[in-house]
Design a protein. Structure first.
Length: 205
């Protein structure tokens, strides 16, 4: 009986590994969690320009958001992401947007489409192509999903931008604003994690 149980357990583990591989997930990666310091990373934008987190060394904090062109929720949050960037850039907190989707699966997320969208909306932030699986290092699962880092690049908040994806006017709690306000006051955010509302990331295999 034990042999049967171990055999079934091994089969389940093998199947899980296979599913992870099929979905483009590296099962060996240990994703960041609250309190972890984010290591430097470099990605190219839609024009092939390399942008690194270290380009912003000395900032008062950092906002990293995984988003895309095609997800309806990313579209609902697009203007709010632009507003966050403009609001906090003036306070020395840059926002970096990363598109983790595979354009062969989501053609609307190609570099050309990213450029068109960024130019149309006058994005005030870098919009990077995730060819290195950075989304997996962060543990991102949805678009949009946001990370607030303090000045030491330590993750202080993970999750949704606010509590109402459907209506900006209906927002009662802006999780990003609250997290940044706490961090700037040398306090831990009251809410450190929320469930990101959005589309499942379609990563490169």
């Amino acid at each position: 009986m034990k042999g049967l149980i171990y055999g079934i357990g091994g089969l389940i583990a093998l199947m899980a590994t296979g599913v992870g591989t099929f979905l483009g997930i590296n099962n060996d990666i240990v994703a960041y969690k609250i309190g972890d310091v984010v290591a430097d990373f470099s990605l190219k934008d839609f024009d092939g320009k390399t942008v690194s987190l270290s380009d912003y060394n000395g900032s008062n904090g950092y906002i990293v958001v995984f988003t895309c062109n095609t997800c309806p929720y990313a579209k609902l949050y697009e203007d709010r992401i632009i507003q966050l960037s403009e609001k906090y850039k003036a306070k020395g907190i840059p926002l970096i947007a990363i598109n983790p989707n595979d354009p062969s699966l989501k053609p609307g997320d190609s570099a050309d489409e990213m450029r068109s969208r960024a130019e149309e909306k006058s994005y005030p932030f870098p919009y990077l192509v995730d060819t290195k699986g950075i989304y997996a290092l962060f543990g991102a699962k949805k678009t949009p999903q946001i990370y607030v880092l303090d000045s030491a690049k330590k993750i202080q908040y993970i999750g949704a931008i606010d509590d109402n994806a459907q209506s900006e006017e209906g927002v009662k709690v802006n999780y990003v604003d609250a997290a940044i306000e706490a961090v700037q006051s040398n306090k831990a955010p009251t809410v450190k994690e929320t469930r990101a509302i959005g589309c499942t990331i379609k990563p490169r295999s």
